[in-house]
Design a protein around this ligand. Structure first.
Ligand SMILES: [Zn+2]
Length: 460
């Protein structure tokens, strides 16, 4: 039962008892019993002065009767209630006796009731108590079920082969304070997390794991343990974090058989056609991935996978090979062997190692729009956009033996397959792709390998 519900019950109880006690006092006045002041103690704590101990007994009895209608019928008063004659010097002289409503209020806030409960004992330690054995068994069963894998819509089937709580658990009958009795769901949370308390935090702008942990008196390591779903340091605004580090009383290990369908990649078969240029490619048969059924054995501890192995694989659908016809026509030797400087500007970065890694070309800084020319005659093997290079032109000067590359252009003025002469304007300097300012990235490849472009210019 939640705390709120229990409070409500206690309040209702207090009201009912207050009415009952008022009636009792009236009766005692009519019968003419003389006032003899007594001091009331509950569990050794002085509560106040009463006129008649009988009044206290009746009030406790009526409270108990009322409690029996809400709590288990075997409920008993746990607290020690004592009334002793008021002696001189005890309390203030002239202390007014408790009124009937004061008495019932004080008693309802101090009296503890006990009932027969079923305590879940883990490795000999009492952890949580429930009203009946069935509720305790339900809680333990829910703990066993807590982490089991579920089938999802992608055709994954899960069969639980084994699930076991590592610790020794027993259910023991005992008298327990009624307000310590928990519902199965609360008991499950306590067994799995060490508490049924929930504390959440919503990530705001500027938060980091470190700042959140520090503001809550936690370490980043604790915050991570409370949120096993976190990977790396990245947080998203609005994301909810758990602030309670789980301290489980029990660990659950399970073995599941997971059956799932997995795609089988298709193969690609390439045939060559000497009548087509290398950039001409035709797919004559589109590849289709196949499908296989994989059966896995997955072992988990507290829901986290610790091991997996493949039990079997069955091919459900054969993949269809992709068939590609690739042009292999040799680009004729068009180069003259003497090279023109590709643009007007100054070298800002040479070929070779630099801080950011190996630089495969030569950087020539020039204003945006400066013409870029073909270093030698050849055929445009590529003209378009590529990662890193941005707008780029690649010229093959003959059979792939010498290829020049012009990157970061702002404009391309030639087309793939076009034959260009040495000195033909092929584009304009720009800063496209990964570039920090306008420049030409000029690259030379000999038989596929980059080389220092300056080697082509022996005179310079
Ligand atoms: Zn460069």
């Amino acid at each position: 039962m939640s705390d709120r519900r229990r409070l409500y019950v206690m309040a209702a109880l207090a009201l009912a008892v207050a009415a009952g006690c008022a009636a009792l006092v009236a009766t005692s006045l009519v019968t003419g019993a003389g006032p003899s002041l007594h001091v009331l103690h509950v569990d050794g704590r002085r509560i106040g002065v009463v006129e008649d101990p009988e009044e206290v007994t009746k009030c406790v009895e009526s409270m108990l009767a009322e409690a029996r209608t809400v709590w288990p019928a075997d409920i008993e008063v746990m607290s020690t209630v004592e009334c002793t004659p008021l002696e001189e010097g005890d309390g203030d002289p002239g202390e007014p006796p408790l009124s009937a409503s004061e008495l019932s209020e004080k008693l309802s806030s101090t009296l503890e009731f006990s009932a027969k409960g079923y305590v879940v004992r883990v490795e000999g330690k009492d952890v949580v108590a429930l009203r009946d054995r069935a509720a305790a068994e339900t809680a333990i069963e829910e703990v066993r079920q807590a982490y089991l894998g579920k089938a999802d819509k992608n055709g994954v089937r899960v069969k639980v082969e084994q699930v076991r709580i590592l610790q020794q658990i027993e259910i023991v009958e005992a008298r327990v304070p009624v307000n310590s009795l928990k519902e199965p769901e609360e008991a499950k949370q306590i067994l799995l997390r060490g508490t049924d308390r929930i504390a959440l935090y919503t990530v705001a702008k500027g938060d980091s794991l470190w700042s959140i942990a520090r503001s809550r008196g936690m370490t980043v390591e604790q915050l991570r343990r409370a949120n096993p779903q976190l990977v790396g340091d990245r947080l998203q605004i609005g994301q909810t974090l758990n602030l309670i580090v789980p301290e489980p009383y029990v660990n659950v290990v399970s073995v599941e058989t997971v059956t799932q369908e997995v795609a089988v990649p298709f193969e690609v078969s390439v045939s060559y056609d000497e009548t087509k240029w290398p950039w001409e490619q035709v797919i004559t048969q589109r590849g289709v991935p196949g499908k296989k059924e994989v059966v896995l054995e997955v072992s988990k501890k507290d829901g986290r996978e610790v091991a997996r192995r493949i039990l079997s694989e069955k091919l459900l659908a054969q993949p269809v090979t992709q068939v590609v016809v690739q042009g292999s026509k040799m680009i004729p030797d068009l180069g003259t062997g003497t090279y023109a400087w590709p643009t007007r500007g100054s070298i800002t970065s040479r070929y070779g190692f630099r801080r950011s890694g190996f630089h495969h070309g030569l950087d020539i800084a020039a204003p945006v729009g400066t013409p870029v020319i073909a270093a030698d005659s050849g055929m445009v093997a590529f003209a378009g956009r590529l990662p890193y290079y941005g707008l780029v032109v690649r010229i093959d000067h003959g059979g792939g033996k010498v290829v020049t590359v012009y990157g970061h252009l702002s404009k391309i003025l030639v087309k793939q397959g076009q034959v260009v002469d040495r000195g033909t304007v092929i584009g304009e300097v720009g800063s496209t792709g990964r570039s920090t300012g306008p420049h030409l990235h000029f690259e030379v490849r000999l038989n596929g390998e980059t080389t220092d472009p300056l080697k082509l210019y022996p005179a310079s």
